[in-house]
Write a protein that binds this ligand. Structure first.
Ligand code: HEC
Ligand code: HEC
Length: 441
């Protein structure tokens, strides 16, 4: 079975890239396209990205879950959102503000998400370029979405703000969570409007927006999304790895990485999905990653399933399909998979080679799950015969066997996709933010 919903970016281009790589046609290697970023917008976006004032209870920022110390992710399988204290694997629930549940999916890294080819965001692509929608972007709020959003990345930034478990908080806790709980997201008095009011009440933000938009121009939530996206695009651009220099004919790869690259683009079949310059076809595939945690079932359903792309399209054939992740900086972003099921690249690759066996014999100690007293039924879906069976029968991947040395070589190749300069950060983490709230450094 294979996943439906193909379209915007067929595999042909990606496959051609593989041929290019193997021929090492340095001159023809396509550059990764990025929109121009205005440094002033990026600097403003940096402050907003790190400022907890955007969260309902003023206690969590984007950077809390997308932290450079953990490769712009959070170092755990399923994180603790609003109501946590600390960052990464040390993040603990706040007993005075106990989170209701784990975040149901692994926090993806943000490397190169500003590249023009990233037309789809989230593990299920629920924010994506699509004709006929406001700003040309389909989102979970459909026709109601705001105008003036510059890119899918800017649109994405508005959704953690209104997610109770991520940033908004729960009913009754603050004015933003109350608006969310009552279904008021867009429009005057909606959650996004309330966030804008909070931001422009702070003089440093009001002045920065006035400089960028012109005096007297009203700041909208779209401006906040656009600023955050400008920062992400600038800060997390990672296209100067050893592999990039190799493609440009400026460097050689070590022998093991070279063998790994030949496997990746050849016999091992990785480039069937991890194609193109960012090692993703931006399509959805079912590879049977074991499911645990709260899942994404609708409120009235009792299971802990995560149907993946099917949540967006409603098509049965899309069940358990997740977007192929880009492999740029993948050495920095463990754990792996949409729920962080695998702690190492070796375990993740082994899973690809025998997905059904891996699913049947998954060792729960591989999951990195912080203590959370309110987390119920973490293993319910994996232990449920029907749930596991549905995932197993969705698997579409069938790769040739590889021996341990070949896996070593693949890992060596993946290591050449790390951009050390990007990993060190450009604007970095601000010392302080305009709200004066503490920064999760
Ligand atoms: C509580 C942790 C948490 C916070 C806070 C958070 N995120 Fe995320 N982020 C996630 C998770 C988990 C996902 C994946 C969700 C999914 O696919 O359903 C995600 C997805 C994303 C993506 C999509 C990446 C991709 O590969 O498609 C981007 C971009 C992003 N977040 C940026 C942000 C920004 C900007 C903010 C602040 C406005 C933010 N995040 C706040 C956890 C968090
Ligand atoms: C049929 C398409 C397909 C093929 C072929 C494929 N992958 Fe994947 N890969 C995926 C999908 C889809 C995911 C994400 C699955 C999920 O999140 O549940 C993934 C995840 C990964 C990850 C984890 C990345 C992260 O950030 O979580 C790595 C590493 C990886 N693949 C490497 C490889 C290698 C190496 C090969 C070749 C041996 C390969 N893949 C072949 C589709 C594929």
């Amino acid at each position: 079975m294979s996943c439906l919903g193909r379209g915007i970016r067929a595999g042909a281009l990606g496959a051609a890239f593989g041929v290019l790589v193997l021929a090492r046609a340095a001159v023809a290697a396509p550059a990764i396209e990025f929109p121009d970023v205005d440094p002033e917008w990026a600097r403003l976006g940096q402050l907003l990205f790190w400022d907890p004032v955007l969260s309902g209870n003023r206690n969590i920022s984007c950077g809390t879950c997308h932290h450079p110390r953990f490769g712009t992710s959070d170092g755990v399988s399923l994180g603790i959102g609003e109501g946590g204290i600390g960052v990464g694997p040390d993040r603990r629930p706040d007993p005075a503000n106990m989170p209701e549940a784990r975040i149901p999916r692994n926090a993806p890294a943000l490397w190169n998400r500003g590249a023009t080819e990233f037309a789809r965001l989230f593990h299920d692509g629920r924010v994506e370029l699509a004709e006929g929608y406001p700003s040309g972007i389909r989102t979970p709020v459909g026709e109601d979405f705001v105008e003036g959003i510059a890119s899918p990345l800017a649109a994405q930034a508005l959704f953690p703000l209104v997610s109770p478990d991520e940033m908004a908080g729960h009913y009754g806790e603050n004015e933003i969570s109350r608006a969310v709980a009552e279904g008021r997201i867009t429009g005057p008095g909606g959650a996004w409007d309330l966030i804008v009011r909070r931001v422009v009440a702070i003089p440093a933000y009001r002045d920065a927006f006035a400089r960028l938009l012109g005096d007297g121009e009203e700041v909208t939530i779209a401006d906040i999304g656009n600023a955050i996206a400008a920062f992400e695009t600038y800060e997390f651009r990672a296209d100067n790895s050893l592999f990039d220099r190799f493609l440009r004919g400026e460097a050689e790869l070590p022998a093991d990485a070279r063998r790994g690259m030949e496997l990746f683009y050849g016999k091992a079949g990785c480039a069937a999905c991890h194609s193109g310059p960012l090692q993703t076809d931006h399509e959805f595939h079912a590879i049977g990653v074991p499911q645990f945690g709260p899942g994404k079932a609708a409120a009235f359903e009792s299971h802990h399933r995560d149907p993946g792309r099917a949540l967006v399209t409603g098509a049965e054939g899309d069940a358990f399909c997740f977007r192929t992740p880009s492999l740029r900086n993948v050495t920095l972003t463990a754990p792996y998979g949409h729920d962080g099921a695998f702690p190492t690249l070796r375990a993740m690759i082994r899973h690809h080679l025998d997905p059904a066996g891996s699913l049947d014999h998954y060792d729960p100690s591989m999951a990195v799950l912080p203590e959370l007293p309110t987390a119920g039924g973490d293993w319910a879906e994996l232990d449920d015969a029907e749930g596991a069976h549905l995932v197993r029968t969705s698997i579409e991947i069938d790769l040739p066997d590889l021996d341990e040395e070949e896996i070593d070589d693949l890992i060596a190749f993946l290591g050449t996709l790390t951009d050390a300069e990007a990993a060190r950060g450009r604007l970095g983490i601000p010392e302080a933010v305009p709200s004066g709230l503490p920064v999760d450094r």
